[in-house]
Ligand binder design. Structure first.
Ligand SMILES: [Zn+2]
Ligand SMILES: [Zn+2]
Length: 344
């Protein structure tokens, strides 16, 4: 049986728990359609936890597979309060309908002036942030015992030279967890549209990839966030060029430095289906980064980055297959800073 190792000093005690356990929910062991044994962190606790599972859940995946693939937590979801299309309640209902047992709300945090998208939603987001918080917290309270629990998070930007702003944003509410994202290279929102990328040579693209991953490393090393969202977002509009860059040893060394910072900060790496819906048509992160993450035994989390109800839990069977193909067998959920681990 494979053993996934995480940071003992960051990770604490074995934390593989049935979903809902921390909230005193009714027994939810039905979530596991098979008996499983997981070795977690080798400190002062039994070295393994074993549960006999009950009947498979209805949403347990392809019935032709011997071992159903399951991801029951989507930790990256937006609402109509930024550029999404649905209310928290509507997103929650979609998560419940799709059989998820945890939905994490991670609305964008308003950015400071000077960091702008073409269709900037700063004013709307700032005005409605209290609504976002109160609605998500109400959903969380109302569904504390499941069957689908709610986590209250935020997607934070790492903006160069804006540390004080970011610190204040992180402390604005008592979040369950925070996503750390790089959407800006300098003051350029590089994922805001394909136009700036169209005329770029391979060399010009590579300059941007390098800048992105240098910024990414600083974001990861800040220690402010729990999950590294869409790790290679920078490939969004130039995926072919990105893969050329990623074959180079110096590129891989740069990415690896970021992953080491991620590990050092006790974070997990998001595996996101959002890229499948974008121009790159590829999961974030790309296979070479998955290989590095697997070699480093990094914790992972799953996300759809949904902005509308249809995309909640999007492509999760594919994400599970993808992760398992690189040897991952567990994924992480952060809940008020505590890391819980569940089988894929
Ligand atoms: Zn993002
Ligand atoms: Zn997002």
């Amino acid at each position: 049986m494979s053993v996934r190792r995480f940071h003992p000093f960051l990770y604490g005690t074995p934390v593989l728990t049935p979903l809902g356990r921390r909230q005193g929910a009714p027994c939810l062991l039905h979530l596991a359609s098979r008996a499983f044994t997981v070795h977690s962190i080798p400190i002062q606790q039994p070295s393994s936890l074993h549960w006999e599972a009950g009947a498979p859940p209805e949403h347990s995946g392809n019935p032709t597979q011997e071992s159903p693939l399951m991801i029951l937590a989507d930790l990256h979801n937006h609402t109509k309060y930024s550029h999404g299309g649905n209310s928290p309640a509507e997103m929650y209902a979609a998560a419940q309908a799709k059989g998820l047992e945890i939905i994490g709300f991670t609305e964008h945090s308003p950015r400071p002036l000077g960091f702008d998208y073409t269709n900037e939603y700063r004013d709307k987001l700032t005005r409605h942030l209290p609504d976002y918080a109160s609605e998500v917290l109400a959903l969380k309270a109302a569904n504390a015992n499941g069957p689908c629990r709610v986590l209250f998070g935020m997607e934070m930007d790492w903006l160069e030279g804006q540390l004080d702003f970011t610190l204040a944003s992180c402390a604005a509410y008592d979040f369950d967890y925070l996503l750390g994202s790089v959407h800006f290279i300098g003051q350029w929102g590089f994922d805001d549209g394909s136009e700036p990328w169209k005329g770029m040579s391979q060399e010009e693209c590579e300059i941007q990839y390098t800048r992105y991953f240098e910024i990414w490393e600083r974001m990861l090393a800040s220690g402010l966030f729990n999950i590294a969202a869409h790790p290679d977002l920078v490939k969004i509009f130039s995926v072919e060029q990105f893969h050329v860059w990623l074959t180079k040893p110096e590129s891989q060394a740069l990415v690896r430095r970021g992953l080491a910072a991620l590990r050092q900060s006790g974070m997990s790496m998001e595996i996101s289906s959002a890229g499948l819906r974008k121009a790159c048509r590829e999961i974030y992160p790309a296979p070479p980064i998955m290989v590095m993450a697997a070699e480093m035994d990094l914790p992972i989390s799953f996300a759809s980055d949904a902005h509308v109800t249809d995309d909640v839990g999007y492509g999760f069977a594919r994400l599970a297959s993808y992760a398992r193909a690189f040897g991952f067998k567990e994924y992480t959920v952060f809940d008020r800073g505590q890391r819980n681990v569940y089988p894929i």
